[in-house]
Design a protein. Structure first.
Length: 436
């Protein structure tokens, strides 16, 4: 028994070298875009590895979109009830890239996580493992994330039993840090509005990674707070297969170790080869994934849509906390102006009303920009703090400019009339002279 213990412990641990071997095997195919014979070979490789990992009901899921034939790969670890958690990545590559990082690393993590989890006999929910074809369908100019859309469609009524999906994207390079990207995606039924991963799902991911001793940040390892109002203000061009789920109103996490301040330099290039990625980085992502899947397999399900939240200090603050902060921020200015006879009270009420409109439409960006100005603008001695109060706005403007120049963003979620209201509300913060 003593001699067997090291082998048992090794089998229960995530093996970054194994994940790297899987990524290398897929990259060895060369570029394998959706619908190509090489993409079929990638799907067959994944299916064989799923079987070797110990998954049940491994099968190929064929689909046709925009005249192109694709193949998803599915397997599962059965749980006691109908509810299930999805763990997936995409096995196709961009047309010119071998795809070691995007998304061979993600597929390697999913296969290795399947092996580890297959050795754990007790699970509260069924775990469904998928690799999707057609994530890079953008190259056709007609559709996006074709395979995951087909997967959701073929779930049919069973989709109501899905607790959440975890999409492992672009991972395994030395310069990265595991992050969850809460990217907003356009709401097809409400022009100008968006869906975003529910706050309870992000909270579960942070708890799960923490319990596994893994690092997981929200959006960016260096700028997590600025990132959140940033992506809710700017239309980010990047996405993963989480797009299909979130647009359908289903909770889904987008995991990667690329971020705004540390983005993989060989993205979609012929140089996206196995020598660019490493086992320790895949292990870091793998440990986070194992913790997240474990937490999602036990967590109480929240609402499918819960867009208004902010993550800070490893926790997620939901809508009631945001409302409380918004109310508290306007109290100093209104209270100070109420004792004045120079029209300041009316200006403060008008400014608070404008802020309220912005907060209702875009809570996170509105709080980011106005929280400090609202508070400082109502203080009797505010000049020394005024420069500090405008820093969040300046930081957001700089982030937006750099993101635009680097091609990360195109367009705004905030409409022109909302920008006009924001400018007026910001000016009114300083309109009433303060008491010295």
């Amino acid at each position: 028994m003593t001699a067997l213990l090291p082998a048992l412990l090794a089998a229960a641990a995530f093996d970054g070298q194994a994940a790297l071997r899987h990524a290398s095997a897929l990259a060895a195919l060369g570029p394998h875009p959706w619908g190509s014979p090489r993409a079929r070979a990638a799907a067959q490789y994944v299916a064989a590895q799923f079987r070797d990992a110990g998954l049940a009901d491994v099968r190929l899921q064929d689909f046709d979109t925009a005249g192109i034939h694709g193949i998803n790969v599915l397997g599962k670890l059965p749980g006691p009830g109908p509810e299930f958690v999805v763990l997936g990545a995409h096995h196709d590559s961009a047309p010119a890239a071998p795809g070691a990082y995007d998304d061979g690393g993600g597929v390697g993590v999913v296969i290795e996580a399947a092996r580890v989890l297959a050795g754990q006999r007790a699970r509260a929910r069924t775990l469904v493992f998928v690799t999707w074809d057609g994530e890079e369908a953008w190259s056709t100019g007609r559709v996006t994330t074709a395979g995951s859309r087909a997967f959701i469609k073929q779930l049919g009524a069973g989709v109501r039993d899905m607790v959440a999906a975890v999409d492992v994207e672009m991972c395994g390079w030395k310069g990265g840090t595991p992050v969850v990207h809460p990217v907003p995606y356009a709401d097809p039924l409400r022009p100008g509005m968006y869906h975003v991963v529910p706050g309870w799902t992000v909270a579960a991911a942070l708890r799960g990674a923490r319990s596994a001793g893994a690092t997981l940040r929200v959006g960016d390892p260096l700028l997590p707070w600025l990132y959140q109002p940033g992506v809710r203000s700017l239309r980010v061009k990047y996405y993963g297969d989480d797009l299909s789920f979130v647009e359908a109103g289903l909770p889904a996490l987008f995991l990667s170790d690329s971020s705004f301040t540390a983005f993989y330099p060989w993205y979609h290039q012929p140089t996206d080869t196995p020598d660019r990625i490493e086992a320790p980085s895949l292990s870091r992502m793998g440990q986070a994934v194992l913790g997240i899947v474990d937490e999602l397999s036990r967590v109480k399900r929240g609402p499918p849509t819960e867009p208004n939240w902010f993550a800070a200090f490893g926790h997620v603050f939901s809508w009631p906390m945001l409302v409380a902060l918004a109310l508290v921020s306007v109290i100093p200015g209104i209270a100070q102006a109420s004792s004045r006879r120079d029209g300041a009270f009316g200006l403060r009420l008008f400014q608070a009303a404008l802020f309220g409109v912005l907060f209702w439409r875009h809570p996170v960006p509105a709080l980011w920009v106005f929280l400090l100005p609202n508070v400082v603008g109502g203080l009797p001695r505010r000049r020394a703090l005024a420069a500090l109060a405008v820093m969040p706005l300046l930081a957001l403007a700089v982030l937006g400019t750099v993101a635009w120049l680097r091609g990360f963003a195109g367009g705004l979620w905030i409409a022109g009339w909302e920008l006009a209201i924001a400018a007026l509300a910001f000016a009114l913060v300083w309109a009433a002279p303060s008491r010295s």
